[in-house]
Design a binder for this molecule. Structure first.
Ligand code: URA
Length: 201
């Protein structure tokens, strides 16, 4: 059993934060390929995710699947998870204390175990958490890659934003094309002092 499988198993009865007692059906740990080059991090499970126990299975998830397919990826090729693993009531924003407990207990270990090349953060919450910032402006950072530890963080708009306003769909689709480019880059050819100066390593 891998560390992630046993962690997923032991997370099932998690009561570390108040979300445990606020109407969740189950913990939604994460899903996909634990050897993936890319991990997608969303905000938190919604209604359908809470019922099915899998991340991104509702309307935003369907769009995420289509966007993955647009760059030649299947859901089984990637790993998908969320900042918080339990559904916040009425899909409210996760609170700072919930984010802190849940990421320290689960998300950061998931990333360490999977060791992806790229982490695509979906929306403001995930982007701020993974970049270690208080807040980020998605309009300013989306589609760019930021070197963090051994991986690149690429903030992209949350698919739900494109469901709310179709105007957000094009930038999201463009960001997926960039994700594909970043995944195909061969960092070893760039190794050297110049690459270091450019913040690539
Ligand atoms: N939105 C998220 O942020 N995560 C999900 O799993 C589903 C919708």
């Amino acid at each position: 059993m891998t560390k992630l499988t046993s962690m997923a198993e032991s997370s099932k009865g998690c009561e570390l934060c108040p979300l445990a007692k606020q109407g969740r059906t189950q913990v939604v740990f994460g899903d996909g390929n634990i050897d993936a080059d890319i991990v997608f991090v969303g905000e938190g499970p919604g209604f359908y995710e809470d019922k099915q126990g899998k991340p991104f299975v509702g309307a935003a998830g369907k769009l995420l699947t289509q966007l993955l397919e647009s760059i030649g990826l299947k859901r089984e090729d990637v790993y998908i998870t969320n900042v918080v693993k339990c559904r916040p009531p009425q899909n409210r924003d996760p609170k700072p204390e919930e984010i802190e407990v849940c990421t320290n207990e689960y998300l950061f270990t998931q990333i360490k175990e999977i060791k992806p090349k790229v982490i695509a953060t979906l929306g403001r919450f995930a982007s701020a958490v993974i970049l270690g910032l208080k807040d980020v402006s998605m309009g300013r950072v989306h589609g760019q890659k930021f070197k963090k530890d051994s991986y690149f963080v690429v903030p992209i708009y949350h698919p739900a934003a494109a469901l709310h306003s179709r105007a957000n769909l094009e930038p999201l689709a463009e960001d997926f094309k960039k994700l594909k480019e970043y995944l195909e880059e061969k960092p070893e050819v760039m190794r050297g002092p110049e690459a270091e100066q450019m913040g690539l390593f």
